[in-house]
Design a protein around this ligand. Structure first.
Ligand code: GLU
Length: 449
């Protein structure tokens, strides 16, 4: 872990461990927040009296359900579905759905817990939640994906609503899946309730820039970090792990801001492309063909593919881990530091392990946690809800300008809070404290519920 649990919050952490056995990612996410909160509890005795931290660590509701479906050959499969409605102090539960074989309750709770603070930092009226399934979409036909989504929604619909709980995508869930989920919700409820899901198709209630928002937002956040130091993306070498939605649009925006992304990856390995990643080719391979990153290297002379291995061996000035949780460990962090990396900005949720975060701190590498840096996705989901509620449709330029403002505001808030609480430059502390206080104040105002 990245540090000692301060004595003030040790008992709270012990209770979380005791009540949630085996949920290691959830423990990790809670611990990271608790490490930042001792300074807050010193200033706010009411949070201790009212057990505000303990209440925020306990989800308001956890739903686990069976998802039966049939594949194209007629074989029956049983998956498990989850929705953790973590906190609704600031608005309806909001957060994505993840379809990946690694999904279990601990993963969904870690994601839902982070989402509470992330959503608070956006300044938009959204609470925190997360869901998903251990269903593996890899290699599945369109028809199989549709049947799975329909079965999943047949249970989940009763828990959703534009004022109750509003899912979106995450790993394994994009516009196609949101379409099938929305169709089934509409069919069961007999309501065209646009605001019940975000990340919808552009022709039927979706918002411009939502697809690009998480990646663009992470790049805007990195730009804001550089800006306060009088620096910019100009001429910088950047490595972005992953090649999903966050990575692709992170790369696009880094290039527009003057940086060069020289490597990206998928679960099979990574590509290095000294000329800079060719975004059209990457989109063709990963988005349209749903292929492998090795196919990219085969079609591009300047690129080489490394099977397995660590993408963090590629020297860079800026690293944007955008694949998945705990993909960047202490050893990789040490290599990045030795190679002169100055900025690490989390595009994914919790991609850096606690020992990596500790290594960055010790080496003076500037680090931005995902709950701040990747909040652009969910912030733009809130903009989609706003457009749905007013039956309006904004231009790409207007939406992108709103996103850029939101990311700059989040950075400023984290930066200023870190200073105010005696840890200048520590964006982990700044994000945790600023997000927590906003949620805690609302929890407090609503009484003991
Ligand atoms: N899954 C995304 C996240 O991690 C987006 C959630 C949303 O748009 O509701 O924040």
């Amino acid at each position: 872990m990245s540090g000692e649990v301060p004595a003030r919050v040790q008992a709270i952490y012990d209770e979380v461990l005791h009540r949630n056995p085996g949920e290691t990612e959830f423990h990790q996410a809670v611990r990271e927040v608790l490490e930042s909160l001792a300074v807050v509890l010193d200033r706010h005795s009411e949070y201790t009296e009212m057990k505000t931290v303990q209440r925020i660590c306990e989800p308001e509701r956890q739903i686990i359900f069976r998802v039966p479906w049939q594949d194209d050959r007629g074989e029956v499969w049983i998956n498990r579905g989850f929705r953790v409605e973590f906190n609704s102090a600031l608005g309806p539960y909001k957060g994505g759905l993840r379809f990946h074989p690694s999904v279990n309750l601990g993963i969904v709770k870690f994601l839902g817990f982070e989402q509470i603070f992330k959503n608070a930092l956006t300044g938009m009226p959204i609470g925190g939640g997360k869901g998903g399934s251990d269903f593996d979409p890899k290699g599945r036909s369109d028809a199989e994906i549709m049947r799975f989504c329909q079965s999943f929604m047949t249970e989940l619909y009763r828990h959703l609503g534009e004022y109750t709980d509003v899912p979106a995508g995450d790993i394994g869930v994009g516009a196609r899946e949101i379409g099938y989920l929305f169709g089934q919700y509409k069919r069961i409820t007999n309501r065209y309730e646009s605001g019940v899901l975000t990340g919808k198709g552009l022709g039927w209630g979706g918002a411009l820039v939502r697809t690009e928002a998480t990646g663009y937002g992470a790049a805007f956040f990195a730009e804001a970090m550089m800006d306060v130091r009088g620096e910019s993306f100009d001429g910088r070498r950047v490595v972005v792990s992953g090649s999903g939605n966050v990575a692709v649009y992170g790369i696009e925006k880094v290039h527009q801001l003057g940086g060069t992304v020289v490597a990206c990856s998928d679960s099979g390995g990574y590509v290095v492309d000294e000329k800079g990643i060719d975004l059209d080719l990457l989109k063709q391979v990963k988005e349209f063909e749903r292929g492998r990153i090795s196919d990219y290297a085969e079609r591009r002379d300047s690129a080489s593919f490394v099977a397995g291995g660590s993408i963090w061996d590629v020297p860079c000035d800026v690293a944007i881990p955008s694949a998945t949780q705990n993909e960047l460990d202490g050893d990789a962090a040490a290599v990045l530091g030795r190679n002169g990396c100055r900025y690490v900005v989390e595009g994914a949720n919790m991609p850096a392990t606690p020992s990596a975060v500790k290594a960055f701190r010790e080496a003076g590498v500037l680090f931005a946690p995902g709950k701040a840096a990747n909040a652009g996705g969910v912030a733009t989901s809130a903009l989609e809800m706003q457009q749905n509620a007013s039956r309006d449709r904004w231009t790409f330029e207007h939406s992108e300008a709103r996103l850029a403002d939101i990311m700059r505001d989040i950075h400023a808030r984290c930066h200023e809070t870190a200073e105010e609480y005696g840890s200048p430059g520590d964006l982990v502390l700044g994000a945790n404290v600023a997000g927590f206080i906003q949620v805690a104040e609302a929890v407090h105002a609503h009484g003991l519920i």
